[in-house]
Design a protein around this ligand. Structure first.
Ligand code: FE
Length: 228
């Protein structure tokens, strides 16, 4: 169940491209897999992409009169909306830091800008790479968890298929609590934004590749450092 059955009400953002819709006046169904042959709407056209002048093929009701019959893409769609909102906040926050206090710091790379790359859900959290003109970090953000009381500077080892990585807790007013694992700092070796994005995507792929286990498993190092 999507949880949104019957509550479409014209909120296009709430339904996924796979949503099957039903006219609440005459019960005609719009299935995006089938399209609407009577109006030359191709199969594969999401309900939200129907032309402005589209109406119920049977009773001519306005699209706002349609309800969600079923939405197999709802969970993924809502996930994507949550990730989009969280990463936009993160990027806005660090872009303000960039323009506010980092721009005139000598070690920054002015060819780069703040960008969030590859964010996805991992183990109930959001995980991705944040690029900035002065660092590239793996970032964990909460997805419903309360991270408001994270203690800045506290360390935590997080397991991935390729090994264990040390994240440092932090908190910012706009972003809220987050956990960061440093990949690069400073960023002098990147000549273009796209180079940094390519590396960020490669990092995300490598993180989930068990073949990298031997190379990247820092658990022993971390434990040894702690004991020392
Ligand atoms: Fe209808």
């Amino acid at each position: 169940m999507s949880g949104f059955e019957g509550s479409y009400g014209g909120h296009a953002g709430r339904i996924s491209p796979q949503a099957v819709m039903e006219c609440k006046i005459c019960w005609s169904v719009y299935d995006p897999a089938l399209g609407d042959a009577t109006r030359q709407i191709d199969p594969g056209t999401p309900f939200t992409d129907l032309p402005d002048d589209w109406s119920c093929p049977t009773c001519s009701a306005d699209p706002h009169q349609f309800m969600v019959l079923r939405d197999p893409g709802a969970e993924r769609h809502l996930e994507a909306l949550r990730i989009k909102a969280a990463t936009e906040r993160l990027v806005t926050d660090f872009t303000e830091v960039w323009h506010g206090k980092m721009r005139d710091v000598p070690l920054v790379n002015k060819a780069l800008r703040v960008e969030a790359v590859g964010f996805r859900l991992y183990d109930g959290m959001m995980l991705g790479v944040l690029i900035s003109p002065w660092f590239m970090n793996l970032i964990l953000l909460p997805d419903g968890q309360d991270w408001s009381d994270l203690v800045a500077g506290q360390k935590e080892v997080v397991d991935f298929p390729s090994g264990a990585y040390e994240f440092i807790h932090n908190s910012r007013e706009m972003t809220g609590g987050y956990k960061a694992c440093s990949l690069f700092s400073p960023m002098a070796q990147f000549t273009r934004q796209q180079d940094a994005v390519d590396v960020a995507q490669a990092v995300m792929a490598a993180l989930f590749d068990p073949a990298n286990m031997a190379e990247t498993d820092r658990r022993a190092d971390i434990r040894a450092a702690r004991e020392a």
